[in-house]
Each structure stands twice: as structure tokens, then as C-alpha cells.
Design a binder for this molecule. Structure first.
Ligand SMILES: N[C@@H](CCC(=O)N[C@@H](CS)C(=O)NCC(=O)O)C(=O)O
Length: 220
């Protein structure tokens, strides 16, 4: 399969983690959002929404939306599972994943930032305040869901990583990029650190991709 990805894309980060956890090979096609390659005809034909990621199966089937892709990978390659076996557990995990993928992240994507900048003419400080506000709101919502809940374990749900941890990792990475200390959200911080200690998460990190600009890579 072909995986259309961009280093900084958090939705692509989610799919990279799932491919790693399931040890699935994919041919990665890099689409440079900063160069507007996602708006060019050849990518628009794949995903008319002009957003990353997309997954194209060998028979040409196109899949878009990271959570749909993650669930597809989980159904077609069930080991290790990304969702619990029980319906309540699955609803809990999806609920946490959606706090990021459906509530927090959509307010931070480039097309929204472009609108704030070009159409609403917000100053840099206002745009920065927007990003911080929605990042922190999401961190607080996840923390409130995780803290003190008996279902929370080493990871968001029990002791193995899954869909919720994949989404949490992306969101905590945004916070780190905004130099936001995760201390006020101890469950998020702990689970993020536990996740990122796994090579499947670490090698999927935005700053560790082949298309990550040299200047963005961690030094040393
Ligand atoms: N809900 C979508 C989000 C897709 C999305 O917005 N991706 C961003 C990168 S993380 C993108 O391609 N943005 C392009 C733009 O906003 O112009 C998903 O989870 O796949």
C-alpha cells in the first residue's frame, strides 16, 4: 500500500504509529503541505479534501481520515489490537481519541491557521493565543477523563497502547512544539512519556521523518 504523509502532520503521525505497531510495510509518498503540494491536482485526485494522510491499497482503494484508516488497519491486521474487546471499552477509547481528532486537532490545522491569518488578519500573538487555548483545553479534557479512572492503566486504557494513546501522543507533541509544559496534566504526561519510550511511537515522531527539514531535527 501507499501511505501519503507529511512530517508535521499529526494525523499522519497517528497512522505512522499504527503501521509501526502492526509492523506493516507501506511505500511512503511525501506530500509537502508547506509547498501546497496537498492542493495540487495529483493529490487532490486522491483526496479531494486536500488533507493528509491518505492510504491507497494495492487495488487502488483510497482511504482518508486518520481514525478511519486506523480502524481499517485494526480490522484487517488485528494484532496487536488498537481497541479493547468489550463495547464499553471501545466507546471509552474512541471517546478519548475523538477529543483529539474531532475536537482539538481540527482547530489547529493549516487551513484554519491560514484563515485566521489571511482572512481574519489576526496578529501573530492572537494566532498563538488561539493555538495555545485549544491545545490546553484539549489537554485538560483528556486529563479529566483519565485521572482517577480505574480503566486508565500504563496507557489510556489498560496496559497496552491503542487508539487513544496514538491520538494523545499527537496532541502532546503539539503541546511540546508550543513549549507547553505538561506538568499540569500528570496522566497525559505519564502516558505520553510511556508511549514515546516505545520505538513504534518514537520513530513515527514528526521530527524523525525522512521529509523533516534538517533545521527541525533534534541536534546531537
Ligand atoms: N481529521 C483529519 C484531519 C486531516 C488534516 O487536516 N490533516 C492536516 C495535516 S495534520 C492537513 O493535511 N492539512 C492541510 C490543510 O489544512 O490545508 C484526519 O484525522 O485525517
Amino acid at each position: 500500500m501507499k501511505f501519503f504523509s507529511f512530517w508535521r502532520s499529526l494525523a499522519s503521525f497517528r497512522v505512522r504509529i499504527a503501521l509501526n505497531l502492526k509492523n506493516l510495510p507501506a511505500e511512503v509518498v511525501f506530500v509537502d503541505i508547506d509547498a501546497n503540494a496537498h492542493r495540487a491536482d495529483d493529490y487532490r485526485r486522491i483526496n479531494p479534501q486536500m488533507a493528509l494522510p491518505a492510504l491507497v491499497e494495492d487495488d487502488g482503494t483510497v482511504l482518508v481520515q486518520s481514525l478511519a484508516i486506523l480502524e481499517y488497519l485494526d480490522e484487517t491486521h488485528p494484532q496487536p489490537p488498537l481497541l479493547p474487546k468489550d463495547a464499553r471499552g471501545r466507546a471509552r477509547v474512541r471517546g478519548i481519541a475523538l477529543m483529539v481528532a474531532c475536537e482539538g486537532h481540527p482547530l489547529l490545522v493549516p487551513r484554519v491557521r491560514r484563515y485566521l491569518d489571511h482572512e481574519l488578519n489576526l496578529r501573530d500573538t492572537q494566532q498563538d493565543a488561539w493555538r495555545r487555548h485549544w491545545t490546553i483545553e484539549t489537554l485538560a479534557a483528556i486529563e479529566a477523563r483519565l485521572a482517577g479512572d480505574k480503566e486508565t492503566g500504563r496507557f489510556c486504557h489498560g496496559d497496552t497502547p491503542g487508539l487513544a494513546d496514538i491520538c494523545l501522543a499527537g496532541h502532546a507533541t503539539v503541546a511540546a512544539m508550543l513549549q507547553t509544559d505538561l506538568k499540569p496534566w500528570p496522566s497525559v504526561k505519564r502516558i505520553y512519556e510511556t508511549s514515546m519510550a516505545m520505538p513504534e511511537f518514537a520513530t513515527a515522531h514528526p521530527l524523525a521523518q525522512p521529509d523533516t527539514p534538517e533545521a527541525m531535527r533534534p541536534k546531537g
